[in-house]
Write a protein that binds this ligand. Structure first.
Ligand SMILES: Cc1ncc(COP(=O)(O)O)c(C=O)c1O
Length: 460
């Protein structure tokens, strides 16, 4: 522990935390009799809590964020130097790392052209929704304003991002929601009636066409999709899915908004998840791994065609994108993102994510042979889900408490894994893994070993 931390009394920190911090996604009642976890240090894939216990973090900061691992001095130094030189100025002006990162980012995203900065995944998605709404207002009296989203996808925590979210428990008690958002079914082969049909991907995508026709094509402006659904259970799209989505969107003049908040920046073994599937988006949003959590940054990236729709004459006072994000002007975000990207390139982390991802999947398939409770293993790169069922034939999900028991047992063994959490009424039954892109076979053996031990206890 460094000097500054060693001067801090851990009991004081715990007491201040218990008295005053309202934690995210947390039930506080149990914390009245137990202490909260306080993380004080991180290096590589390992974090240490305030009591000195070390954990292997198989989730990159709990929510698939710290892609290049903890303790990166070069990112800290880049941010330090930039903040001393110029910390902030509203993004109606430019800054040096903002311009440089935008160019580097676009270089990784053929077909895309413009980068709009903000500071969370929810906010980046909101920008996308506002672009669609304003475009509808500019082009056809607001008629083509509806946005279609998918069952099981999550797009953020604000009321409008929740309006576009297909997870019933995440939405519950937070309505009424923003009008104009319409749900379509998910594309999860494992839980589809005809999921093993060779044409399932095409059929699942045709649901988009059905919904567009139901709503009226002249009312639908966009569809938002996670390239691989994250918190909804790590759902990889079936073959033919995105190609058909693209075809339908071209046919009906519907924009494609891909949410890369989780999959972006190398998580799946390519820069972006959608790049596995040959789809050409109009809007791409990203956050979490963009600067691996070293600074808060998100971006909404668009094509030049979409940008050009907002290029009105200066005399047209209401026809440009009249949006702002105060902290979109923090220069620490793009400078951290630049260094993060340099690390991913220099250390060949996309390659590592692909190789280690395959190794992780193979290890989990082996575990699946040992434990009937593992119904499905799926994922891409270092982004993997393990769905647990009471019975493989009926696919009846295990209880949320059983999944939570596996996670808690791994934590006791010193390995942090995740799970779908209060998202669905019945399907909070998927374990989630997203270790940093620097992980080794040894790290993955430790993670899978902990799950093996936990399953041996709770899921015979
Ligand atoms: C796919 C996806 N989109 C958007 C968000 C929202 O991001 P944020 O929490 O930064 O607002 C999340 C967060 O988990 C996410 O998983």
């Amino acid at each position: 522990m460094n000097n500054a931390l060693s001067d801090i009394k851990s009991s004081d920190v715990v007491s201040s935390d218990k008295s005053h911090v309202w934690h995210h996604l947390a039930q506080h009642k149990p914390m009245q009799t137990t202490d909260p976890m306080v993380i004080v240090e991180g290096k590589g894939l390992r974090v240490t809590d305030i009591n000195g216990k070390e954990y292997l973090d198989a989730l990159s900061g709990g929510v698939w964020t710290v892609n290049v691992g903890y303790g990166r001095e070069s990112i800290a130094k880049a941010v330090h130097d930039q903040l001393l030189k110029m910390c902030y100025f509203v993004n109606s002006a430019g800054n040096i790392p903002g311009a440089q990162f935008a160019e580097k980012l676009i270089d990784k995203m053929p077909g895309m052209s413009r980068v709009y900065y903000s500071n969370s995944g929810s906010e980046a998605n909101e920008k996308g929704f506002k672009l669609v709404r304003q475009l509808a207002a500019l082009k056809n009296d607001g008629k083509k304003h509806k946005i279609i989203y998918r069952d099981r996808d999550y797009h953020g925590t604000t009321i409008t991002a929740l309006s576009a979210t297909g997870q019933i428990q995440r939405r519950d008690q937070y309505g009424p929601f923003t009008p104009g958002f319409v749900e379509m079914p998910h594309c999860m082969a494992y839980r589809a009636v005809n999921g093993d049909h060779p044409d399932y991907g095409v059929q699942a995508a045709r649901e988009l066409e059905r919904v567009i026709l139901e709503q009226g094509p002249d009312t639908v402006g966009a569809v938002i999709l996670e390239s691989i659904t994250a918190g909804g259970g790590v759902i990889t799209p079936p073959e033919g899915y995105f190609e058909t989505i693209q075809e339908i969107c071209v046919k009906y003049g519907v924009l494609i908004h891909i949410d890369e908040v989780v999959c972006g920046m190398g998580r799946t073994g390519k820069w972006f998840g959608y790049q596995h599937y040959g789809v050409k988006p109009d809007i791409v949003t990203m956050a979490k791994g963009v600067a691996s959590g070293y600074a808060a940054i998100s971006t909404t990236v668009t094509t030049e065609d979409l940008f050009n729709e907002f290029l009105a004459e200066p005399s047209e006072k209401m026809q440009y994108f009249r949006d702002i994000s105060t902290f979109g002007g923090c220069a620490g975000g793009p400078v951290a993102a630049l260094e993060n990207m340099r690390i991913i390139e220099q250390e060949n982390l996309l390659d590592n994510a692909r190789k280690m991802g395959d190794y992780l999947l193979d290890s989990l398939y082996e575990l699946q042979e040992k434990y009937p409770v593992i119904g499905d293993v799926r994922g891409k790169g270092l982004f993997v889900g393990v769905e647990m069922v009471k019975d493989r034939k009926s696919k009846e999900p295990v209880s949320e408490s059983l999944t939570a028991g596996v996670v808690a047992d791994c934590l006791q063994q010193g390995v942090m894994i995740g799970r779908t959490n209060r998202s669905f009424t019945e399907h909070n039954n998927t374990l989630c893994l997203s270790p940093a892109l620097i992980c080794t076979k040894g790290d993955l053996d430790e993670i899978v070993g902990a799950i093996d031990n936990a399953l041996a206890k709770v899921a015979i």
